[in-house]
Write a new protein. Structure first.
Length: 455
């Protein structure tokens, strides 16, 4: 992209030099102020296009430690300097045109070569305008857009000068000064439009309609609760987008990362080369239950909890839960952790909420286990099967595994239950089975069951 921009700027310099030399020679030969002012405008184009080329080379440098957003605004600064040149030129041409009208200086000699120069100039200006405008649109280059504006004003100026020479040939020499003043007005208007656009970029004004369009694109992405803020700014050919969205606080980090990628992809369907920064803010959704809110609070503190019970007693909220902590931790430290969790839940649900925690030991470190002898495994399996028959809920005890660790036996088994039973009923039955088996075998540290529906 930068090579295309540089090549377009270099060809503009060559075209400007050719046009300036031709118009200057023809203007001095004919004495036409309009033609001389047009040549001065073209001379300004030489300086402007040279500046454009230098600015494009500098703006193409990547971001560094001191310029985190790159060097794109160098193009805007170059365009602003070109605007100043346009205003100075328009003022000088207007003053000279008024002076000639006041002093009635109207001696103009029309030569055929001046006509040829103007016609060639118009053709070159049209070619350069079309080329520069196309490359400027493709690369979003303000400097090339300013260069295209210069050539478009050259084209109009040359047409007006051609008209002035024709009017002088038919006995209206004052037309030259009038056209010169008209050219100066045209240059000033073009400069004003260019300055307005350039200043908008330097002041970080968002491109018209871009913020609302981006907001619509992001709002349509599944998982976005709402768009909190959108900031868009242009820096040369680069568009920078900063967007803040609200997401459900229950969303995992992985899902938030995937959501940010989806937002970036959605924006780039319209703004393909945008530099996008997405910030997510977790929020509480209206449909969150008390249970979900308690679990989220514990998860943020990386505390394992279970058996969360929520009650409403005479209009007062009561929450109880089991909190698992390192079994080797002192009771004082465990109580401090439980108190912090209780305070966090009360801050979330209201200070009048009653919160009770039951502290349970959790083995943090991994244990080295080994399969026990087959006779011992069969004894445990027999105990599971016999006690399951008493429950009249659990059937088909199978895949029993018993491993010995330094802390005790770990028992894993599979069983089947009626698929229509509620989870609470199944859990109570499994819990009772565990207590009975551990009562018969006190060396069992833990029993883990995997329940499956009856086929």
């Amino acid at each position: 992209m930068s090579n295309a921009k540089e090549n377009a700027a270099l060809s503009s310099i060559a075209a400007s030099v050719i046009i300036t030399l031709g118009k200057g020679w023809a203007g001095l030969a004919t004495g036409s102020l309009a033609l001389i002012s047009d040549a001065a405008h073209s001379l300004l184009d030489v300086a402007a296009t040279t500046m454009t080329w230098l600015a494009i080379r500098a703006a193409s440098k990547p971001a560094d430690e001191e310029h985190h957003y790159g060097h794109g605004k160098i193009e805007s600064i170059a365009a602003l300097v070109e605007t100043a040149f346009l205003f100075l030129l328009s003022g000088a041409v207007a003053i000279e045109g008024i002076r000639r009208l006041w002093e009635a200086q109207s001696t103009i000699q029309v030569h055929w070569f001046a006509i040829v120069v103007l016609v060639l100039s118009i053709a070159i200006d049209a070619w350069r305008y079309i080329t520069l405008k196309r490359v400027a649109n493709e690369t979003n280059s303000e400097a090339l857009a300013a260069d295209a504006l210069h050539f478009s004003s050259d084209l109009v100026n040359s047409v007006l000068v051609l008209f002035a020479l024709g009017a002088s040939a038919f006995g209206f020499p004052q037309a030259d000064a009038f056209v010169a003043i008209g050219v100066s007005i045209f240059i000033a208007i073009a400069g004003y439009r260019l300055a307005q656009r350039t200043l908008n970029t330097l002041l970080d004004r968002a491109p018209s309609g871009s913020a609302s369009q981006i907001k619509e694109l992001v709002t349509a992405v599944p998982g976005v609760v709402r768009v909190e803020d959108v900031k868009v700014r242009q820096a040369g050919a680069d568009l920078f987008v900063e967007i803040e969205v609200s997401v459900a606080r229950s969303m995992s980090f992985d899902r938030v990362g995937a959501l940010k990628n989806a937002i970036t992809s959605a924006i780039r369907t319209v703004f393909s080369d945008a530099n996008i920064t997405v910030t997510s803010t977790p929020v509480t959704l209206d449909e969150e239950t008390i249970l979900e809110r308690v679990i989220i609070i514990a998860a943020r503190r990386r505390l394992p909890v279970h058996h969360v019970t929520v009650q409403e007693i005479s209009g007062k909220l009561s929450v109880s839960l089991d909190l698992e902590v390192d079994g080797k931790m002192s009771l004082g430290d465990a109580h401090a952790i439980a108190s912090q969790l209780e305070n966090a839940i009360q801050e979330e649900l209201g200070l009048e909420t009653e919160v009770e925690t039951h502290i349970e030991p959790l083995v943090i470190s991994s244990m080295i286990g080994r399969d026990v002898e087959e006779d011992r495994r069969q004894l445990v399996a027999k105990s599971l099967i016999e006690n399951a028959l008493r429950s009249q809920t659990i059937t088909d005890i199978h895949n029993v595994r018993v491993r010995a660790t330094d802390h005790g036996l770990i028992v894993n088994y599979h069983c089947r239950v009626d698929p229509n039973l509620e989870v609470t009923i199944v859990h109570d039955a499994v819990d009772q089975l565990e207590h009975r088996v551990r009562k018969e075998s006190p060396d069992i540290l833990r029993i883990v069951s995997h329940t499956e529906p009856v086929r």
